[in-house]
Design a protein around this ligand. Structure first.
Ligand SMILES: Nc1nc2c(ncn2[C@@H]2O[C@H](COP(=O)(O)OP(=O)(O)OP(=O)(O)O)[C@@H](O)[C@H]2O)c(=O)[nH]1
Length: 717
């Protein structure tokens, strides 16, 4: 992780930077800012004494301005340079080359060189040129010999190391070491700007005895976007010796009338530091600086900044070598980061692959959260995760209360519609108005598109740690330079606290992509599980319906007290039996059984005992019937038995078995048993149900009147 270097509170910057880095104010920030000059050039323009500068007209036909030290390098007096053709100082060939290159681009593709005899010694000069408005600026610097330093070999060694760096962290560690080895600055740092422009020192190489500033942060307000853009465009700023006197740049008008013509010198490497920059570096107690921008496709990612408390001569070859390292490291850095992103996506993809299996298994999004939640939290570097589907909310880790999650989902649905929504300052967004966020500062919400309403998969992040490093130290305010001390008004640390408090770590574009995919997968899962749930419900309803039908059937044909056939069903059976008997000439009997003195049972032992007795009699009489015979409750304490294929004699035998069964029935409430009277009617071919039952009834009454507990038949009736 690139931003894993947070260590000590930022106020330590002051404490740690003892001499030679004695800070007078919030100057670390300002010192780095100093590498970007103000947009309005200081007048009169002056350059650092490590080279000379010419300003030509756009056709390269006339020298409009030159630095006062031009003669020292070009061996031509300033008077003979100004308003003359430049060829006699720079040579026809060189001017021709510059002209050709500047026709195609604003700036030379790389430095050119010429040779001059300076102080009796042949000296090579490096020439850079670029267009600035209506003129062309030419910078000339001596290429000082490096003695016995073997620069190419050293650069190659560092390039090889950079090319082998396995991670962004190790890469920038190598970079600071390499740049320091080449430039010999006392301290080399890599700063990175986050999405909001806040900076953090990610790597540092420093001379023995110096205190580190690794992990320290500074506020975006100290490095405004406009300045970052400019720096990204210019890339390199070099100030080998802050204390060196500036060399004025003059024109013939300056010489004769003292008029200074302004040119935009912001692109020159040689330009002298502005007063403001001097103040900044002075604050830092630094005498020299080199900054090289690390530029990504989207702008300034960070910078490599070298500082020393002593003048650090930096011949153009060394400056270019440092720049080469930074360029190479920049390429590799973004390659490694791209690799990390694709490996992140791969891990999310793997997790998604498992989901397919789980869809088949019918797991719900909430099951999924339980199963994969922690893995997803780690992948997305989030503290909590909630999943809101149509019917339910599930959550894992640190999330706002479920009620808040539900409201957030509703508001996102209404206001935001489809697509991923994210914020690292959730409390400042209207979507969270009046809600209890439970300390969650960042939210990445991916829709889970469904048929009628979308669900939401929401990752939550708590406050970014950096707040704790920088903020919460009110005394830090005292260290900030106060307005009116001759410098620009700086933001105070308390304002910085405001800016970071309640902010979570930013969501990366790749996390946004992955969350969108995950949301879609979970939506699929939610609908699959919804289908499973509906099917399940349907199956349960079908079963309930079947059970209800069964009950209804029972209710229609069975007696609710005894569970045997009711009168309606018994009549149906009788009709069937009559039809069968008519067709096959098969006789059968109907036995009508009435319990004797049943009223007394109720009266003596209670109605419930009467019910109990009826249930037992029905059960025990059923027990003495053949398989093909049936018993039904005719009403009250009357039962009808249909005895298939039975003659009168068979019917009587059966009736006796039944009487014995009735007599044997005992229930707990009643010490003694009961008797019954049975009338037996035998089928006759002309019989309809009514006649047959009527005869059985008459026979039963005959049994009653004959003394009860007996059997009578319909013979003779
Ligand atoms: N506990 C109970 N009693 C019932 C039920 N159906 C009818 N009875 C009672 O059965 C009694 C029948 O009485 P009666 O018709 O006078 O005849 P009995 O007392 O059995 O006398 P005999 O039939 O003449 O021997 C009535 O008191 C009814 O209330 C029932 O489902 N449960």
């Amino acid at each position: 992780m690139l931003c894993s270097t947070d260590r000590a509170p930022v106020y330590c910057i002051y404490a740690l930077l003892e001499p030679p880095f004695t800070l007078k104010s919030d100057t670390l920030v300002q010192a780095f800012q100093s590498s970007v000059p103000p947009s309005v050039p200081d007048t009169p323009l002056s350059i650092q004494p490590c080279g000379c500068l010419l300003v030509l007209d756009k056709d390269l036909a006339r020298v409009l301005q030159c630095s006062a030290n031009a003669e020292q390098y070009l061996r031509v007096a300033v008077d003979d340079l100004l308003d003359h053709r430049p060829e006699h100082a720079l040579g026809k060939r060189l001017i021709g080359k510059i002209r050709t290159e500047l026709r195609a681009a604003n700036r030379l593709s790389g430095p050119l060189s010429i040779q001059k005899v300076i102080d009796g010694r042949k000296t090579r000069l490096q020439v850079n040129a670029f267009q600035s408005g209506n003129s062309v600026v030419v910078e000339i610097e001596p290429i000082t010999p490096l003695g016995n330093r073997r620069l190419m070999g050293t650069v190659n060694q560092w390039l090889t190391k950079l090319s082998r760096a396995p991670t962004p962290d190790s890469l920038i560690e190598i970079l600071v070491a390499g740049v320091r080895d080449i430039t010999r600055f006392e301290r080399v740092l890599v700063f990175h700007f986050d999405d909001e422009g806040h900076g953090v020192c990610l790597a540092e190489s420093l001379a023995k005895g110096l205190s580190p500033v690794l992990g320290q942060r500074f506020a975006a307000s100290d490095y405004p976007e406009s300045q970052r853009e400019k720096f990204a465009a210019r890339e390199v700023r070099s100030i080998p010796d802050l204390g060196a006197d500036g060399i004025p740049v003059m024109s013939s008008a300056t010489l004769s009338e003292g008029v200074v013509r302004e040119i935009d010198a912001s692109g020159t490497v040689l330009r002298a530091p502005s007063r403001r920059q001097r103040n900044f570096l002075d604050d830092f107690n630094a005498r020299s600086l080199l900054s090289v921008a690390i530029v990504s496709q989207t702008g300034l990612w960070g910078m490599v900044t070298c500082i020393s408390a002593t003048p650090t001569p930096l011949p153009p070859t060394l400056r270019d070598a440092a720049r080469t390292l930074v360029t190479m490291a920049t390429q590799r850095l973004f390659l490694l980061k791209a690799r990390m992103e694709s490996s992140f996506l791969l891990q999310v993809q793997e997790s998604r692959d498992f989901l397919v299996e789980d869809v088949k298994a019918g797991l719900s999004p909430s099951d999924m959260l339980q199963k994969y939640g922690s893995e997803w939290l780690a992948l997305f570097r989030a503290g909590g995760l909630a999943c809101k589907t149509k019917g339910e909310i599930s959550e894992i880790g640190l999330t706002p209360p479920l009620k808040t999650v539900a409201t957030l989902a509703e508001r996102l649905e209404r206001r935001h519609g489809q697509g991923v929504w994210l914020s690292s300052r959730l409390k400042d967004d209207p979507v969270s108005d009046g809600l209890d966020l439970n300390g969650c500062c960042g939210m990445l919400a991916a829709p889970m598109p469904g048929e009628d309403s979308a669900g939401w998969l929401m990752f939550f992040r708590r406050e970014h740690d950096r707040t704790f490093y920088w903020a919460g130290r009110p005394q830090a305010d005292a260290l900030v330079s106060s307005p009116g001390d001759g410098r620009d008004l700086r933001r105070t640390f308390s304002i910085w606290q405001e800016e970071v408090r309640g902010t979570s770590e930013h969501w990366k574009p790749v996390e946004r992509l992955a969350a969108a995919d995950l949301g879609e997968d979970l939506a699929l899962l939610a609908s699959a599980s919804e289908i499973t749930r509906l099917n399940e419900m349907l199956r349960e309803e079908q079963q309930a319906l079947a059970r209800a039908n069964e009950k209804l059937r029972e209710a229609v044909s069975h007696d609710s007290l005894t569970g045997i056939w009711n009168r309606y069903r018994t009549e149906q059976e009788l009709d069937k039996e009559l039809a069968k008997a008519r067709r096959h000439k098969l006789p059968f009997c109907v036995l009508l059984l009435d319990i004797d003195h049943f009223k007394q049972v109720n009266d003596t032992w209670g109605h419930e005992a009467g019910d109990e007795l009826l249930r037992h009699i029905a059960c025990d009489v059923t027990g003495v019937l053949r398989q093909e015979d049936h018993i039904g409750r005719w009403g009250g304490e009357e039962f009808v038995v249909v005895a298939t294929g039975a003659s009168r004699a068979d019917g009587v035998v059966l009736a006796e078995r039944i009487l014995a069964a009735v007599a044997g029935v005992r229930i707990t409430q009643m010490p003694e048993g009961v008797t019954a009277s049975i009338g037996v009617a035998t089928w006759r071919p002309e019989d309809k149900r009514k006649e047959l039952v009527a005869r059985a009834d008459k026979a039963m009454y005959a049994a009653k009147t004959g003394g009860r507990n007996r059997i009578e038949t319909d013979q003779g009736l």
